[in-house]
Design a protein around this ligand. Sequence first.
Ligand SMILES: [Zn+2]
Length: 98
Amino acid sequence: MELYKSLWEPRAEQHDNERHQQNLEEALDDPSCPICYPINEEEVMEKFRIFWRYYQRICSTITYNVKTIGLFNQLLVIWDRNVPENPERNEKHGKICE
Ligand SMILES: [Zn+2]
């Protein structure tokens, strides 16, 4: 949470001021901005929702946006390519995908 307070929160505030209040073309980007990167809650996969409930408990997260979901999907692809098959993993993976 300290990293958020010292780095991300000031960036988010600067972004909000420059992009959404002053409408500056060269505004600082904020990859966590829910206005610039909105999500359609109806399209969020159950797999992501399960991950997010767990992740919130261990990382004190605030919210997610379409970039978070995109990165989660990329991690699933990497996981499937690189983690060797084993029955225990398949059982856990199956529970997440149910
Ligand atoms: Zn924004």
